[in-house]
Design a binder for this molecule. Structure first.
Ligand SMILES: Cc1cc2nc3c(=O)[nH]c(=O)nc-3n(C[C@H](O)[C@H](O)[C@H](O)COP(=O)(O)O)c2cc1C
Length: 379
């Protein structure tokens, strides 16, 4: 049996990819360079589209096309408080003054300059999300994904254009909801995962989701960073994996924002993030509402500790993100890496070096093939 065949799942056929490895669409971290590298290596690269304007999304898609002729996707988060027709279109004026004062006091205590930065979350509304969805259809990419919420509104148009739609969930109830909306690929992400995360571990979640929504395609996420994780996910009934942290630690991650004026590019931040992943152990991360107002897994850091010590409340998404934006930008600029809340999953403890994204795919494939050949030598 060829290496390829043992890993070939229905997901590979549907997406036109060689290996069932999807790189998650991490905002800022997953730009054209990373997505193209993963697609060129036989997986599916996915652009992190959250916080891009529709024009920027089109630009990133076109840049990716210039780097690969393989399929790739784009991911947004679609939180229900924002991605609905009756949601406010501008959240900036809704910040409570006491929360703004709390953050201003932290800035003073840390002697941060407090410079006003562009807040991309301020342009974060349903209309912009729908426009980005339309851009994906017009550009003819392979996948539109959502990290939070229900992408049901795009399904009919997407399918007419031959584009698949994925959605990320953390429990069987939401898996069934997205299946009922017609979502093609359900990403079941366990508690171990970096970024927004639910309460159930990957090992328990994936088979329960598979049982609940079969024959809908399930992809496993959370805590997977090597070939053992891929092999185990296939054993649990998933058709592939969706990995964030392992790709955030690659050479190609986080390189595309440089020069994109208003966006969040700080070399010190990016370098410290990758180094932190390599230095991490299994207990280095913690779940906090600090970054967006929804539970998300970050590296433990002094800002999260401080906020929790003060027992100060978190605002709901997207207000918390807007609230902390200036603080984050200034922390990054001032290179206060102890205070910079960086997203990462528990799998960081498995990552020992910063590789190229192509090598990450290759190493995972080789290890998974070896394991699966031993497990089922006859194929
Ligand atoms: C640095 C980082 C940024 C992320 N940003 C996003 C994002 O913008 N949108 C999203 O849907 N998920 C985001 N996630 C979550 C991932 O899409 C993915 O579900 C998760 O990383 C999988 O778990 P793992 O980190 O254990 O591989 C992010 C994760 C990380 C580590």
């Amino acid at each position: 049996m060829s290496d390829k065949k043992i890993l070939k799942t229905k997901l590979c056929e549907r997406l036109g990819i060689e290996y069932p490895i999807m790189q998650s669409g991490m905002a800022w971290t997953a730009g054209p360079t990373l997505a193209a590298a993963v697609s060129n290596a036989g997986g599916l690269g996915v652009l992190g589209g959250t916080n891009l304007t529709p024009d920027e999304a089109r630009e990133w898609i076109r840049q990716t096309k210039s780097l690969t002729d393989k399929p790739f996707g784009l991911n947004l988060i679609l939180p229900p408080d924002v991605a609905s027709d009756d949601a406010p279109t501008d959240f900036k004026d809704l910040l409570p003054p006491e929360n703004v004062e709390f953050v201003n006091n932290i800035m003073k205590e840390l002697e941060l300059p407090g410079t006003e930065h562009y807040v991309p979350w301020g342009d974060f509304n349903f209309e912009a999300m729908q426009k980005i969805g339309r851009v994906c259809i017009e550009e003819g990419i392979a996948l539109f994904g959502s990290g939070l919420g229900d992408p049901g509104w795009i399904i009919n148009e997407a399918h007419e254009a031959g584009m698949l739609v994925s959605g990320c969930i953390g429990n069987t109830k939401n898996a069934m909801r997205l299946r009922d909306s017609g979502v093609d690929i359900i990403v079941a992400q366990g508690y171990e995962g970096g970024g927004h995360t639910g309460r159930i571990g990957t090992m328990a979640l994936v088979p329960q989701v598979v049982d609940a929504i079969q024959p809908t395609t399930v992809v496993a996420a959370g805590g997977i960073a090597d070939g053992r994780g891929l092999a185990a996910s296939l054993m649990l009934g998933a058709e592939g994996i969706w990995m964030g942290t392992a790709f955030a630690a690659t050479k190609e991650a986080n390189v595309d924002l440089e020069g994109m004026g208003n966006h969040y590019y700080f070399n010190a931040w990016n370098e410290s993030w990758k180094k932190k992943i390599v230095a991490a152990i299994d207990e280095s991360t913690v779940v906090s509402k600090m970054t967006s107002g929804k539970p998300a897994r970050h590296f433990r850091n002094s800002l999260i500790d401080y906020w929790e010590k003060e027992k100060f409340s978190y605002l709901p998404l997207p207000l918390q993100s807007i609230l902390v934006w200036d603080l984050y930008s200034n922390l990054a600029k001032s290179d206060k890496s102890d205070f910079m809340p960086q997203l990462s999953g528990q799998s960081a403890g498995l990552i020992k070096e910063i590789k190229s994204a192509g090598d990450v795919v290759k190493d995972i494939v080789e290890q998974a093939v070896e394991i699966l050949k031993k497990t089922c030598p006859e194929g």
